[in-house]
Design a protein around this ligand. Structure first.
Ligand code: UT7
Length: 332
């Protein structure tokens, strides 16, 4: 079996820090409520940098850390659910900034699960010898979609980008499992908005619903409790499935990097997985939930701290809008 080798990592952390105390000045909340319910103390917000520029900076760092140049990249795969454009896709925008032409450019969107999806896709391309060197990344400016009058959601999210450069890892283990529950779409969504300018659209079109979307519904909509319950079971279930398929137990895993949504979700999920808390990495205390960027930003932090060692077995696990979920176990 062939897996992946991560050659370099990178991240972009935005310029503005929003503390819990700052939120308490414009909504009815407190540092105590946010800390005890989520574990988040502060999050970083991009005040003026577009999503693709955040991604480009993370990507450039990953390519440099891999000891390569942008022209060495055969394919860029970007996970984002907060693009600046419908088209071109974010990967093309990033390719242009990096000067990585003419590599292939692909966007994926499984919301917060997206980096795991992107890594799976990259691994498949590498295993089939379609590409040799792939820049896999996530870039999210979720704060564009947040209603800052909705105290149930606005305190959770931050912005950022993370990236890894991967090549085929001969005889390295790689297992993954993903799924979705499309019937739970209303638990977490953000609708596309169109202007009323098309005389051919009928009153009963689904489009009408989108055109007439009330202002508030153009922001992220979330049923926090429903997502919470789903997340704990979905993350633990995906990891249990990989363990059953691979014959590994979580005792064989050195490091777990979960989606950074809520510390209580992570604690409940790892209890269900029966994994030692000391193996689990978090950064949500200072970054909040940066959607699909959480996991590659954690990997970049771990790399910077010298905590990623060759041969290590790493488990990534996440969930998100869809509702989607996914997990992977690979050898570093
Ligand atoms: O990437 C995936 C993105 N989404 C998620 O991961 C969301 C998962 N869900 C969660 O993280 C949690 O459900 C929340 C943090 C969103 C909410 O925590 P909770 O413990 O599930 O609280 P709740 O929604 O049941 O609300 C409890 C109370 C409510 O007041 P009442 O009705 O009991 O009077 C809320 O109005 O807390 C209130 N509340 C707040 N109070 C102070 C909700 N948000 C706030 C707030 N500050 N920011």
């Amino acid at each position: 079996m062939d897996g992946i080798t991560i050659l370099g990592t990178g991240e972009y952390v935005p310029d503005t820090t929003a503390t819990n105390e700052m939120f308490a000045k414009f909504i009815d909340t407190s540092d105590e409520w946010i800390t005890t319910r989520t574990g988040i103390k502060e999050r970083k917000i991009s005040s003026s940098t577009p999503n693709f520029m955040m991604g480009a900076q993370a990507g450039r760092q990953a390519v440099e850390n891999a000891g390569l140049t942008p022209k060495d990249i055969d394919c860029i795969i970007v996970s984002t659910c907060t693009p600046d454009f419908f088209y071109p896709n974010t990967a093309c925008l990033i390719q242009n900034v990096l000067g990585a032409q003419p590599c292939a450019c692909i966007d994926v969107n499984t919301a917060c699960t997206g980096f795991i999806t992107a890594l799976d896709l990259a691994r498949s391309y590498l295993a089939m010898n379609v590409y040799k060197t792939i820049l896999v990344m996530a870039s999210e400016r979720l704060t564009n979609q947040i209603d800052y009058e909705d105290r149930g959601s606005c305190i959770l999210f931050g912005d950022g980008a993370g990236a890894v450069v991967v090549q085929k890892g001969e005889n390295k283990l790689y297992y993954s499992h993903s799924g979705a529950e499309g019937d739970m779409l209303e638990s977490l969504y953000c609708k596309v908005y169109y202007d009323k300018n098309n005389p051919f659209h009928k009153e009963d079109d689904f489009l009408k619903d989108k055109i007439d979307t009330p202002q508030k519904e153009r922001y992220l909509q979330m049923d926090g409790r429903a997502v919470y319950k789903f997340a704990v079971d979905a993350m633990a279930g995906a990891v249990a499935k990989i363990c059953a398929d691979s014959g590994f137990s979580l005792d064989d895993i050195d490091l777990v990097v979960p989606h950074q949504a809520n510390l209580r979700i992570i604690q409940a999920a790892i209890k269900k997985m029966n994994v030692d808390e000391s193996k689990v990495y978090t950064n949500l205390e200072t970054h909040g939930n940066t959607s699909s960027s959480c996991i590659p930003m954690c990997l970049a932090e771990l790399d910077k701290a010298g905590r990623l060692k060759r041969g290590m077995r790493i488990c990534l696990v996440g969930f998100g809008g869809g509702l989607t979920y996914g997990a992977t176990i690979f050898e570093y």
